[in-house]
Design a protein around this ligand. Structure first.
Ligand code: SAH
Ligand code: SF4
Ligand code: F3S
Length: 422
């Protein structure tokens, strides 16, 4: 039996799709890149913006058209709330807390229906992985922050941390199977462990001790919980990479308050400055929303100011998209689409210039690159430096995935670097 899987959304969804892939493969299924020849067509959905949400419907339509015989599974964040509507177009609907249902589906092709739960029953369960140099590891599920624009607390449920022992066991097993780098995942990793009596930094110290593991990354940090201790851990722990993704969303304190982000831009910048002064060569990336309800030109200018001040290595910026269940969708002062687009373009142009300048600074420098595999075109090998920037090196017989090389950067491209192993 063959399956095809299409994944939208963030790393959490990527990890969930990997779980599905590994479960099916353990049960003798084969992954297929061609939906026409598959028996099971799976779409893992994202609901964070309206455009993302709509994709699951168009994708299911496309897949049905290509292959009328296969069963279709709708899963992920949209499935968690739109299960009724999806059950009319898909044979199986699986929410974010019921991935384990795939263990049944893998064994029994006749299983159909809607499988949704409000809560994950066994968060400490260790789902299988697909062998890889870089592996995602969930350390917590859900989010309790309820930023007023965000649907995630409604699609992923309440925050729940996995026990340290389960995480460590999972990583040790990964390392035994060839993983060199782990990316610890949570919507707000800095609030990890609150209900368990320990914290995220404790976890990092434990993970850093794992023999054979070369690198640790994590995502995402919420600025309100981004602690000095974490900054010191990035400075002091050899495996913890010098890269922090710290979304600020907006530069105006009035907007931040309406977003319920629970920090001021001054507090945010203070943390960034401490990070920059304590951790040499730390790359900082961020998420930004433009056109939140009532955002004025002046508010938007403040967002641009922050980007200029911090000089992010990259940023992910989005037009505000009203989402069901959320408070901001009901707010007065929604901004017109063309105004949002204009602001987005200005912001992205500014960021492109900064990214280019930052990448150029790497030219001539020597960086550590962990090789992940062949590049898409197949003529080069690609990996990342510790700052999470993609580095391509010329193909050589003696270099393989999992090698950690010292590389001299010869050229900066638009979003990546080219280098030569030394
Ligand atoms: N937990 C992470 C973010 C998860 S969603 C955090 O708090 O940083 C990823 C990004 O999508 C957010 O950082 C935000 O910039 C963007 N986003 C979320 N909801 C949005 C919406 N309604 N409209 C536009 N962008 C949104
Ligand atoms: Fe959404 Fe805010 Fe939670 Fe991030 S912290 S997932 S933006 S509610
Ligand atoms: Fe991720 Fe999208 Fe869900 S960003 S948590 S897949 S809504």
């Amino acid at each position: 039996m063959r399956f095809y899987i299409k994944t939208f959304g963030c790393q959490m969804n990527e990890r969930d799709s990997e779980k599905v892939e590994a479960i099916l493969e353990e049960n003798g299924w084969q992954k297929s890149d061609d939906p026409k020849t598959a028996d099971l067509l799976i779409v893992n959905s994202c609901a964070v913006r309206e455009k993302a949400e709509n994709k699951i419907y168009s994708e299911i339509g496309r897949l049905r058209f290509k292959n009328r015989k296969a069963k279709i599974v709708a899963m992920g964040c949209v499935a968690q709330f739109a299960y009724d509507r999806l059950s009319k177009v898909a044979d199986i609907v699986i929410g974010t807390n019921t991935i384990d249902e795939f263990c049944r589906i893998a064994k029994d092709y006749s299983v159909e229906g809607v499988f949704i739960k409000d809560k994950m029953e066994e968060p400490d369960h260790i789902f299988p992985h697909v062998k890889s140099v870089v592996s995602f590891v969930d350390i917590m599920y859900g989010c309790d922050n309820f930023c007023t624009y965000c649907i995630v607390p409604y699609t992923r449920g309440r925050e729940i941390s996995r026990k340290k022992e389960a995480i460590i066991d999972e990583i040790k097993e990964l390392v035994d199977n060839g993983t060199k780098e782990v990316v610890l995942l949570g919507q707000n990793v800095n609030s990890y462990g609150k209900s368990l009596g320990y914290n995220f930094v404790d976890l990092l110290y434990e993970v850093n001790k794992i023999e054979g593991l070369k690198r640790i990354r994590f995502t995402t940090s919420h600025p309100k919980d981004f602690s000095k201790e974490l900054i010191y851990a990035i400075r002091d722990l050899d495996k913890l990479c010098e890269h922090v993704h710290l979304p600020f969303q907006a530069g105006s304190n009035r907007i931040l308050k309406l977003m319920r982000r629970k920090y001021t831009i001054e507090e945010y910048l203070e943390k960034v400055f401490l990070l920059k002064s304590e951790v040499k060569n730390c790359s900082i990336t961020t998420d930004i929303i433009v056109g939140f309800p009532t955002e004025t030109e002046n508010d938007f200018e403040k967002t641009l100011e922050v980007v200029k001040t911090v000089e992010y290595d990259t940023s992910f910026s989005f037009k505000y998209s009203p989402r069901r269940f959320t408070k901001a969708a009901e707010m007065e002062g929604q901004i017109e689409e063309d105004k949002k687009l204009k602001r987005l373009n200005i912001l992205q142009q500014l960021q492109a210039e900064i990214t280019q300048k930052k990448l150029k600074e790497y030219e001539g420098k020597i960086v550590e690159v962990l090789i992940e595999g062949k590049s898409k075109k197949g003529d080069k090998l690609y990996g990342r430096n510790r700052q999470n920037i993609v580095v391509n090196v010329d193909f050589r017989d003696n270099i393989k995935a999992g090698d950690c090389l010292r590389v001299k950067i010869t050229k900066a491209l638009k979003h990546s670097l080219i280098g030569e192993p030394i």
